[in-house]
Design a binder for this molecule. Sequence first.
Ligand SMILES: [Zn+2]
Ligand SMILES: [Zn+2]
Length: 258
Amino acid sequence: MFDTHLHTSFSCDSRMDYNQAISAAQKLGIGIIITEHLDLDYPENPEEFVFDFNEYFSVLGPLRQEDKLLLGLELGLCAECAEKNRQLIKGWPFDEIIGSIHVVDGIDVYSPAYTLNGEKKPVYGRYLAAMAECVRDFDDFDTLGHVDYICRYAAYSDQNLYIDDFYAEWSAVCAELSRKEKALELNTRRFDDKTAVASLLPLYRRYRELGGKYVTLGSDAHRAENVGRGIAAAWEIAESIGLKPVYYKERKMFFDRR
Ligand SMILES: [Zn+2]
Ligand SMILES: [Zn+2]
């Protein structure tokens, strides 16, 4: 079983040493895909989420091991940086690329300003519309990362994203994913919150209804104690909805096993 999303110290927001991640995975008996952040043109500090691919592959390449340690990337998607993203990743031997929305209309979704400047409905609606545009116009990713990323930091008393409020926007995302046979990540970061999990289920059911078949399971760990967290629960959820857990090796899809 693979945890397909985690960050070590190649990502500027993680201090986890790759050896810590590897030994945490060993203890749990799971495989991991390291997926460091690459976000071009990050607001305020454009260089913040950039790292040296050469160094990444020369340090971690020799440790890469089938079924244990694969080397991926979490690529920040945005309409304006699509072409630059394409050029940048070309030719590098990533196993898996997660496409993630961290920035919308030049604003960092992590920053409180993003949600403080508006009511929840238009703000979340725009976030999902931007996601649909990115998925439609960009192909060089394997799985769509943490759809509920906006909920983590939103300044609303109820942060959950409810399908009924964003049915059309969410359906557009799912239809594109399904058409392109891309996976949808089930990110376990908010799994401690039961209401959060309950609000996620209908989103994944809708993906299934629109022909989506595959999910990747990811903890998004930035610390060793979070490696593999929630992955078993995510597996159960995926199965209950009829979605197949998968992982990517050399950019090809494989069924996950446990
Ligand atoms: Zn992310
Ligand atoms: Zn991440």
